[in-house]
Design a protein. Structure first.
Length: 197
């Protein structure tokens, strides 16, 4: 990209070699594009960021703050994390924090979306899914609960901001696929978005 700084990360699916600054910038651009494309946020939204108790929360919040800093009417609030929120606890968290006038943002990434889909295939329980950036809880579309990070791989965020990524068996499966076939996560995402319509 910039060719002036040392690359710290190679995107296997595109061949891009990125320095820390360009990697961060590229992630922020991806999130901004997702917000626009899926119309996830409005200019006067009250946003409540719900951390999942993972190291990725902090960079995810920073990314959103950076994007929203150009929209002064947006209010962005973060709740204090209690215990880590696993996929199982997402429905409870969504119900707890979903207020009529606020939009809740969960830091769920592309690999989470795929892992949650694998979990659904494995358990058959449709308690939580993500559709076009919005949470679907027990089959019901929750329009006020969103994730604008679903087109970003959490591993890239981990490298760019120097934090540990999350771990669970479904994420492990998602990463094994991506390592075997770079681009697999994006391919699954695009097919999935067509299937789940
Ligand atoms: Zn660079």
């Amino acid at each position: 990209m910039c060719r002036t700084r040392e690359a710290i990360y190679t995107r296997e699916y595109s061949g891009e070699r990125l320095c820390e600054q360009c990697l961060r910038k590229s992630i922020i651009i991806k999130v901004r594009k997702t917000i626009g494309k899926l119309k996830l946020l409005e200019r006067d939204d009250k946003i409540l960021f719900v951390p999942l108790g993972r190291d990725l929360d902090e960079p995810a919040f920073q990314i959103l703050s950076t994007i929203e800093s150009s929209f002064p009417e947006v209010s962005l609030e973060i709740i204090k994390p209690e215990l880590p929120i696993g996929y199982d606890e997402i429905p409870r968290a969504v119900r707890e924090y979903c207020r009529q006038d606020a939009k809740i943002v969960l830091p769920l990434f592309l690999d989470d979306l795929v892992a949650i889909f694998f979990r659904y295939c494995d358990t058959g329980s449709p308690d939580v899914l993500i559709k076009r950036g919005r949470l679907v809880i027990a089959g019901e579309d929750i329009k006020n609960a969103i994730s604008p990070y679903i087109e970003v791989i959490s591993r890239e965020v981990g490298v760019a901001w120097g934090v540990k990524t999350a771990e669970n068996p479904y994420l492990k499966l998602a990463w094994e696929l991506e390592d075997d076939t770079p681009g697999a996560l994006y391919n699954i995402y695009h097919s999935y978005e067509r299937i789940i319509q």
